[in-house]
Design a protein around this ligand. Sequence first.
Ligand code: ZN
Length: 290
Amino acid sequence: MPELPEVETMRLQLKRFLVGHDIASVEVKNRKTFQGDENKILNSKVMGVRRFGKVLVIDLANGYSILTHVKLTGQFIYRGPNLPKPQELSKKVTGGVPGPHTLVIFNLDRNGTLYYNDVRRFGWIRIEKTEDVEKEKFIIKLGPEPHVAESSAGQALLTLDLFKEILSKTSRAVKVVLMDQEKMGGVGNIYANDALWLSKVNPKTPAKSLDPKSVKKLYEAIITVLKAGIKYGGASELAFVTPDGTEGNYQNHTLVYGHEGEPCERCHKARINKFFLSGRGTYSCPFCQK
Ligand SMILES: [Zn+2]
């Protein structure tokens, strides 16, 4: 599932491509994917794109917003005058655009088009009044998020003090706590693995038994890996593509995630070990993450 860096990458590109476009018409091919009345968003200009956790909010000039969560396999693909140059479509866009998996088409002015493809159809798009967006339950429930990108209004900031407090209250394995989206937002499996390796913390350590120095290192490591994720346009595992139709590149720059059996690049004294923790693939160096 896309994590913070992937969704932030989508936000940055959608903002670059869509702001200034008017929505001319909307073709809804699958009613289950699209909730609300598409007529409410016609002939209105895109003003901005915000992110709340993994939800993107496209704000329009007429007081309505388009909310969307791409879940496992949703893809937004833009074609039109704001693309710097025509990009070859990623092979991860199954069936192309428009194609058999295109569920919604936003026809924009100036020959622009925004396609929504979704093979598994878990993602959703919803039309809502802009003033109601921040009253949404999922936004109120969002855990605080580290400051790695333009902050989203309404979402609390994960400060070092707050991070310490969250960890000090539980004896669950630290990696499991990092990935608990109600405790803190933004850290999914890939980035949790990399942040723990970078800070030399054993993923199984009970959260409250971490010493203050390790907590600080881990906090800083989370920010470092999330920023790297955004820099590389996210990780294109499974179906993730960027709105320009290409792929993110973080999967080629992971520190420990996916490196099972390879020598640890830092200590060169052990090979990366893979095991499962709460059902998720966990990678660590048995020497430097004791
Ligand atoms: Zn090592």
